[in-house]
Design a protein around this ligand. Structure first.
Ligand code: UT7
Length: 323
């Protein structure tokens, strides 16, 4: 059985760190409120002129270097983003060009904060069916461009960044001992649109709009949906949650991470959390957290890891991976 194995990963953050105290100088908020309600201490914000593709390119180069492969080996680039450089073409094609990749295909996926999980799922399917051998999956965002900086209830939550992985076809036995993606689970419910959306778009306002969120409502659905995605993914591969070495969640709010762990009886020490450092970077948050835990040696070859996310749409999902 063909498996999509992660052979490299990398991240890219803007240089510019914005702390909670920095924000408190610009608006009616405080480090204490932000930390207590979210766990966020700081976020990275792209400089003027710094685009999603620049961050995506940085993460892509880091992932290719980590994998030890040249761009010529890549068959595809999938970029998960809600904040593309332009309405078209896809940000993935900008990265393709800047990497010097002259073959294959590149396209974006749009599932907001769940985008990286959706991208992984598409890449896994393409690899397992033999359509591609090596795929770069990127999650990249400049969420700062989509924020209403007069809305303190949302603008303190988000940040910019990018993370990427290289997936490559490997032979497996077809059981849970295989290295690579064991399964992915995707869900959405378009009825919940009004709880989290951008109030603009090409065909409606001809502008990008600004992020709008009913925070409390999102919060309520988040724990339930994320717990359901984790359970579905574990059950699909007949894995006990206790056997999973690391949970790598979307980094929206520390209280959501804690609430989900409590609901499912997961040891909080097994949950990778970077929300304090990055804030919510939407599609970039899962790969950024993943890279952090790989780099610092927590995630090791052979570990069983579960990635999960939830975002606007609503969309949500999970991926179970043998590292
Ligand atoms: O990627 C997935 C999408 N996002 C999420 O998962 C976010 C989910 N939701 C949340 O994380 C939380 O709902 C928030 C962190 C957004 C808000 O926390 P909350 O405990 O639900 O607070 P709240 O909205 O009920 O606001 C409580 C108070 C309000 O004041 P009053 O009405 O009680 O006087 C707000 O005006 O906090 C006030 N407030 C703030 N105060 C200081 C709202 N934003 C701020 C702020 N600084 N930045």
């Amino acid at each position: 059985m063909i498996r999509a194995k992660i052979i490299g990963s990398g991240a890219c953050l803007p240089d510019n760190v914005v702390t909670n105290d920095d924000l408190a100088k610009r608006m009616d908020t405080s480090d204490e409120w932000i930390r207590e309600r979210t766990g966020i201490r700081q976020r990275y914000i792209a400089k003027d002129g710094e685009k999603t593709s620049d961050l995506a390119l940085g993460a892509a180069r880091a992932a290719l270097a980590d994998a030890g492969i040249s761009v010529d080996v890549l068959d595809m680039i999938i970029c998960a983003t809600t904040t593309p450089d332009e309405s078209f073409p896809a940000t993935a094609t900008v990265v393709q060009s800047k990497l010097g990749m002259t073959r294959g295909a590149a396209f974006d996926v749009q599932a907001v904060c769940s985008g990286f999980i959706y991208g992984l799922s598409v890449a896994d399917s393409l690899i397992r069916t033999g359509s591609a051998k090596t795929i770069l999956v990127i999650g990249a965002e400049t969420m700062s461009r989509l924020l209403d900086w007069t809305d303190r209830a949302t603008c303190v939550l988000f940040g910019d960044g990018a993370g990427a992985v290289v997936l490559q076809a490997h032979d497996g036995k077809g059981d849970n001992s295989d290295a690579g993606i064991l399964n992915t689970k995707l869900f959405s419910d378009g009825r919940l649109h009004d709880m989290l959306y951008a109030d603009g778009g090409v065909s409606s306002t001809q502008t990008a709009g600004k992020l709008r969120m009913q925070g409390k409502e999102v919060f309520k659905h988040a724990v339930t949906n994320i717990a359901a995605a984790i359970t579905a993914s574990a059950e699909a591969s007949q894995v006990d949650l206790a056997d999973i070495d690391w949970f790598v969640p979307h980094q929206a709010n520390q209280r959501i991470l804690d609430g989900t762990a409590r609901k499912l009886g997961i040891d909080p020490a097994k949950v990778v959390s970077t929300v304090a450092l990055h804030g919510n970077t939407s599609a970039a948050s899962v790969p950024l957290a993943l890279v952090e835990a790989v780099k610092d040696g927590r995630i090791k070859r052979g570990d069983l890891i579960l990635l999960e996310a939830m975002g606007g749409g609503f969309t949500w999902g999970a991926a179970l991976i043998r590292w």
